[in-house]
Design a protein around this ligand. Sequence first.
Ligand code: BTN
Length: 278
Amino acid sequence: MKILELKTKYIGKQHIWLTQTDSTNEVIKRLLRDGQTIEGESGKISRMIEGSSHNGLTVIADHQLHGKGRSGKDWIDEIGSNIAMSILLRPGLRAESLSQLTLVSAMAVTKTIKDMTGFDAKIKWPNDVIIGGKKVCGILTELEIAAGHYCVIIGIGINVNQSTIPDELKDMATSLLNESEGCVPYDRKAIIQSVLLNFENYYDEFCKTGNMSDLMYEYNSLLVNRNEEVKVLDPSNEIEGISRGIDDMGRLLVETEDGQWHHIYAGEVSVRGVYGYV
Ligand code: BTN
């Protein structure tokens, strides 16, 4: 049965697990924009009401027909094998805090993977989760305004039991099953439950300050490439330097050869190792 058993206070307490949809982020947007009802085995969620209702609402799908990745890319899954889920948040935070939620989400997924599999999962700033140099999870955070309030949609895609990685992605992507050399099919429901609980704990901590100051130390301990050479690519610029971890605003600090420290904002920027993806 596609119903979660959660130890959370509010994250995922309202949830719907769909067999198939276009994109779980889009399902939440339609609820926010048009009041479109979401129906699944576990019940239905209808019309958005004013204020902070539906904070923590979570939509999960076994398969997305039009999964969306960052920078307008597609996010492709293997039917019924992976995790595609979106969490709706209605935080009373300032706009500049919102992009940092993506880092908070990466911490939650990384903790779950480490605890449940023992793999040495790391974060590639800002929000890819990596095992052995390959991406196992991507996060797409989107903003909406509903009833005059910011709403944040955190879309999380985790490659769990995907057995075949397309040839063109083999050097960059993996799944939990792949990492266990095909031996262990993982319990997706247990992983979702754990991610939601970890997310709630980190998110509550984050909301106390509205920035990464209380989480920065742990985030930096999970950061792949820390104190190593990286290349920061954005549409207009390229910087090479040493990654020094994040600051309390979640910006990546990169020290260039001339001794300058650059504060890099997440967004459409991507960071690579000098010799490859990580
Ligand atoms: C990335 O490019 O790394 C981000 C991938 C985000 C994928 C997830 S799956 C659940 C949610 N729904 C979507 O359409 N995308 C996100």
